[in-house]
Design a protein around this ligand. Sequence first.
Ligand SMILES: C[S@@+](CC[C@H](N)C(=O)[O-])C[C@H]1O[C@@H](n2cnc3c(N)ncnc32)[C@H](O)[C@@H]1O
Length: 281
Amino acid sequence: MEERTAAPTAPVAEEVGQLYDRMTDIAADFLGDDARQGYNAHLGYWDTPDSELTYDEATDRLTDVMVERLRIGAGGRLLDVGCGVGAPAVRIARLTGASVTGISVSKEQIARAEALARETPFPDRLDFRVADAMELPFPDASFDAVMALESMCHMPDRVQVYREMRRVLRPGGRIVATDFHGRSASPSPDRLALQRTMGSTTVRIDDYPQLMRTSGLRFLELRDITDETLPKSFAFLAERADKLRFEFDDTEAACFYNPQSVIDVPALGYLLVVAQRPLDG
Ligand SMILES: C[S@@+](CC[C@H](N)C(=O)[O-])C[C@H]1O[C@@H](n2cnc3c(N)ncnc32)[C@H](O)[C@@H]1O
């Protein structure tokens, strides 16, 4: 199912954590002073080709596209799997009144997320922890909704992670995730480079419904959101790198902050998926 053919090895949580520890500092430099504490570590979403949202607004818009599907409100408990530096969790807690627990394998990100939480008027509704999605440190049915915003590509085994997400979700609760999918028939050399340097894998979009079912979930929605996200996001990042004359001293950083300088963008797609823990299971 996963396009592992030439992925040298599955991503290893500890290595991904170290990668994000390093990228988190670079992000603050790349995104500017405003981002020193909290920033969205995900792509932008533009509803229409003529949308005039800035990149920052468009990254918030992608968070909101998730919120529209999570069905949580005041008093609800949300788990954010792969929470970055906590900006999406803070936004969601503010917009919905829910309590949000965020996990990441990067200690550096969690330290920043905790600092961000302390600056909000609702720190008691935010909880950030270093934890691995492959083995979630939470009791069964302890959340009303679970999200994974652009983190699934790093997971060594998607079925295992979705099963864990299902376990900690109450029956009837929703999972909303984004993920990268491969659009060429065979993995292109560029995409393989991406896999090696970013500890990422892609899936085939057509395999997603079955992936959800194998994980014990009721599959609700699958949207290819490539056009709404990748072209403008990658163009913005390239333009920013150019304007700042940003020197990437390694390929990993270039992959993160100027992907189109390194990868074959048309081979890559982006998807949004919604699933539900069955009421009777
Ligand atoms: C592209 S960032 C997205 C961050 C955040 N969702 C956002 O939108 O700002 C990917 C995130 O996935 C996390 N991650 C990767 N593998 C993980 C794992 N096995 N368990 C938990 N988090 C993981 C990384 O530490 C990072 O926070």
